[in-house]
Write a protein that binds this ligand. Structure first.
Ligand code: ZN
Length: 313
């Protein structure tokens, strides 16, 4: 994947908010998971949840997640704040992962604002906030790198610690190629689209093979696929495509990444048994299936109706 070197970037929504740099520790962190049947205002939807969900126990779906399979990964890097305003052109995006994040965000915004079934309600996400170590959200509590990138509907913001790619994602065997990074952001942006469309209110069941949570996550994968398919032809404000050269190799990397964030795969990698009752995001096969479904959706968002689908794989 390459970016049109002459394209102009809009970095106004992408910020580096620093972070405590204090490391992740092994303690609990108060992430409010939307309670079954309750409001979803504070629902955090991480692209990947490595948490040992069984620790929730007792059906206390509203409780804080108290442990992580990767809690001792040392993510305590006190990253230096990056000034995203320095990202001005596609050429900058070709030369820096940070500016590539801006470019991908711009492409996602350009795609969804013109998507026929979304255009009427579209507004961009409020921000992408890049943090280091830990972060306080505007209504979804505090989070650390461990939870992976996530979308907070309370402040319509995508949160991302880029150290995630070098630590947790790597532990899963993943390689954070530029397209894989784009897929992760496209998935989170998919949650923003769900937020705009009111889909999050459909989520009543938080885990299990056919839970609403899994359906929500697979739909976000499907939306990511819709964008991936059209990324090369989505015009920017000046009428030129910002992204060029999305190769078959890129797509294959995206599909591989979808495998590496499957619940069954993560359960196996973390040494546990595969237990579908604890799934929140869907299996590897399901995530690959819905990413591919989005790519074949021909711009029709109804192809991504995971909530009506009887079979998810
Ligand atoms: Zn997600």
């Amino acid at each position: 994947m390459r970016f049109n070197a002459k394209a102009r970037l809009d970095a106004s929504r992408t910020q580096d908010v620093g972070g405590s740099g204090g490391g992740t520790g092994g303690g609990g962190f108060p992430i409010p998971i939307g309670k079954a049947g309750g409001g979803i205002g504070g629902l955090i939807v991480a692209v990947i949840i490595y948490l040992v969900v069984s620790n929730l126990g007792g059906g206390d779906a509203g409780g804080a997640l108290s442990d992580s399979a990767f809690a001792d990964s040392s993510v305590g890097l006190s990253g230096q704040a990056f000034d995203y305003a320095t990202c001005k052109t596609g050429e900058d995006a070709n030369n820096s992962d940070e500016c590539a994040l801006v470019a991908v965000e711009n492409s996602l915004t350009d795609y969804w604002k013109n998507q026929a079934q979304v255009a009427d309600v579209f507004q961009p996400e409020r921000a992408i906030r890049v943090f280091h170590g830990s972060v306080s959200t505007g209504g979804c509590g505090n989070a650390t790198t461990d939870v992976g990138p996530f979308y907070c509907s309370a402040d319509q913001t995508i949160y991302l610690d880029t150290a995630f790619y070098d630590t947790i994602f790597k532990q899963l065997g993943g390689t954070a190629t530029p397209f894989v990074r784009a897929y992760v952001i496209a998935h989170e942006y998919g949650h923003h689209i769900q937020d705009l469309l009111g889909t999050m209110s459909k989520v009543k069941t938080q885990q299990g093979k056919k839970s609403d949570s899994v359906r929500l996550e697979l739909q976000a994968d499907c939306y990511a696929g819709m964008w991936a398919h059209d990324a090369e032809t989505t015009p920017d404000a000046e009428g030129n495509a910002l992204i060029e050269d999305v190769t078959a190799d890129d797509i294959a990397q995206g599909i591989t990444a979808a495998k590496e964030v499957g619940d069954d795969y993560i359960q196996q990698r973390s040494g546990g048994a595969v237990n579908p009752d604890q799934w929140t995001h869907g299996s590897s096969a399901e995530r690959q299936h819905w990413f591919a479904t989005g790519m074949q959706a021909n711009d029709d968002i109804s192809a991504c109706d995971t909530f009506s689908a009887r079979s998810l794989d």
